[in-house]
Design a protein around this ligand. Structure first.
Ligand code: ADP
Length: 363
């Protein structure tokens, strides 16, 4: 029986458990054996008990659970060849030659590198006397399939990453709570949201909560953003608005790439507009909690498709990442998706913000 392993890696995101459940159950339904690798690449490098067979009932209750129940980690050893050599040995010892990995662009890059090195790693293991030629002979190729798990929605080539809508929902709920108290006291709130280099959460939260002003990395405000913001918010207040909400992405900066902090925004609201202003950093509540319906659906459909992609893979097929584009679950070349994503960050660094916006939407 073919053995397919699933792993979660990088930052956790709601919906990752749904992906694990789907991969495990689809693998079993297709006549394969399913394995889970615990604690991301750490577990792959350590092997032994960290790689466990998963039966149908082992993933009972996984669908809506937040975080990742099989654990995740950042693993320094996997960046180095000796770590990947050990990982390859552990996989062969467990009889696994297909790995579905749910993580961000870093995790997926590492996985594709592992695949490219795989034949060389196995040869080296035989040469070192760690494995025999018979042991490696059934495992000529490694299949890698990526699923993008991230609350940031920062991957090009897909409309949504697993976790982003749960996080957006959590942000909206939190801003609603703040709204009530802001309205009561006629206060202003500057709310910092996550997203690393990506402004999707801040932008969508701004739209969904009717924020007065937002700051995102892909579209920095003009040099005189202080006056501009004061003018807009002053107008809103004159129109009778009792509360002010400004959303700042954690990666927000100005045209010169100088960081824009919630404290800088607060200064303007206090000093120029004389508003009683508070800062709220939402922090890790944005990452936790149950997965929303969309993420349960996305992780289930994509997890099932990942198993299909494993079973249909040939040695010449580039590793795919499972995406959703215009509501269709599709396979895209993993390396190209990662490259496009990295180009967004490069465009921002080069202050080519128009290109950054364009690349974010690239398919
Ligand atoms: P994310 O997957 O969320 O982008 P990271 O970039 O932290 O998170 O990557 C998670 C883990 O994936 C790293 O700790 C490392 O073990 C592995 N990894 C990331 N990039 C590479 C790479 N270029 N080569 C090998 N392993 C990598």
């Amino acid at each position: 029986k073919r053995r397919i392993a699933v792993m979660t890696s990088g930052g956790d995101a709601p919906g990752m458990n749904g992906a694990v459940r789907a991969v495990v159950r689809m693998s079993i339904a297709k006549g394969c054996e399913a394995y889970a690798i615990y604690e991301g690449y750490d577990g792959l490098v350590k092997g032994g008990d960290m790689i466990k067979e998963m039966k149908w009932t082992d993933v009972r209750g996984y669908l809506g659970e937040g975080g990742t129940l099989i654990g995740t980690a950042r693993c320094a050893a996997f960046f180095e060849r000796p770590g990947r050599l050990q990982a390859a040995k552990n996989m062969v010892l467990k009889g696994i030659d297909a790995l579905v990995i749910c993580g961000g662009d870093g995790s997926l890059t590492g996985a594709d590198k592992f695949r490219a090195e795989w034949p060389g790693l196995l040869e080296e293991l035989v040469k070192n006397g760690e494995l025999s030629a018979e042991q490696i002979s059934p495992f000529k190729h490694l299949n890698i399939v990526g699923l993008v798990g991230s609350i940031d929605n920062d991957m090009s080539s897909t409309d949504a990453t697993i976790g982003c809508y749960s996080s957006l929902g959590r942000i909206c709920e939190s801003v609603d709570y703040i709204d009530a108290t802001a309205f009561s006291h006629q206060r202003a709130f500057v709310i910092e949201v996550m997203g690393r280099h990506c402004g999707w959460l801040a932008l969508m939260a701004g739209v969904s909560c009717g924020a007065d002003f937002i700051f995102i990395p892909e579209k920095p405000p003009s040099e005189n953003w202080r006056q501009e913001m004061a003018k807009i918010i002053g107008k809103h207040r004159k129109l009778g608005k009792r509360k002010t909400i400004v959303i700042v992405a954690e990666g927000a900066h100005d045209l010169n790439l100088e960081k824009i902090t919630p404290a800088m925004v607060k200064d303007v609201l206090c000093n120029d507009l004389h508003l009683d202003t508070r800062i709220t950093t939402l922090g890790h509540v944005q990452r936790g909690g149950q997965a929303c319906a969309y993420d349960r659906m996305l992780s289930t459909l994509q997890g099932a498709e990942a198993v299909n992609a494993v079973l249909e893979a040939t040695p010449d097929t580039p590793s795919p990442v499972i995406s959703i584009i215009e509501n269709k679950i599709v396979r895209k070349p993993l390396l190209e998706a990662v490259k496009l994503t990295q180009q967004v960050t490069e465009a921002i660094k080069a202050k080519d913000f128009e290109r950054a916006m364009h690349l974010r939407d690239a398919e």
